[in-house]
Ligand binder design. Sequence first.
Ligand SMILES: Nc1ncnc2c1ncn2[C@@H]1O[C@H](COP(=O)(O)OP(=O)(O)OP(=O)(O)O)[C@@H](O)[C@H]1O
Length: 222
Amino acid sequence: MFRLEAVKKSYLQKGRTVHALNGVDLEIPAGQLVAIQGPTGGGKSTMLQMLGALDRPTSGTVSVGGKAISTLGDGALADIRAHDIGFVFQHYNLIPTLSAQENVEMGLAPLKLPAEERAMRAAAALASVGLVERATHLPGELSGGQQQRVAIARALAKNPKALLADEPTGNLDEATRDEIMELFVQLWREGLTIVMVTHDSAVAARAQRRLRIKDGKITEQV
Ligand SMILES: Nc1ncnc2c1ncn2[C@@H]1O[C@H](COP(=O)(O)OP(=O)(O)OP(=O)(O)O)[C@@H](O)[C@H]1O
């Protein structure tokens, strides 16, 4: 699903070059549930940007679903993000004035589906995260855990090949965190590839595989 070879990503910060990723080799086959941990500034977000075809490496190769992203134009990268990758964020990133159903449908907008199919797929995605009865609710009328479920439904509605999650439980209490993690484990058992960045060791402990990124270098945690 993901292959990184000798990947470097550098940024210029006040005239100084920062190596956010500094020679990363990594393979994540389809069907894995991977947690990425590491200190602040270590390169975790940069890594998710590479996996999510949000940015290109400075050098080295990143392949997403067999496509080398350095060789693709912006339109092709947008296509990969629209079709193949679901994104989940710490702060849910829902639109407050839209219902749960409408928020999930928004995630399908780039696919340009007929309205009826969009509505059906959004309803099915909400059902798959246990929120059938909340479809007409606004985000402000839902708990944090329910809002994160809506965000997960939005990511799932397009039937992505992989889900990328940046601190998906960072805003939740422990009980809700465990529920959301249980949902990720269930989705993984159904065959979805999931890569999540987390500061929470209890969350990482549930993953199939744990990676650590520090100073732009990756190590496997046993
Ligand atoms: N767009 C950017 N421009 C300049 N420097 C950047 C940019 N994005 C990241 N960096 C730098 O790259 C390094 C890695 O950042 P990154 O956000 O990937 O770390 P992180 O592990 O996700 O940190 P955190 O846990 O705080 O989110 C840091 O030194 C950061 O300041």
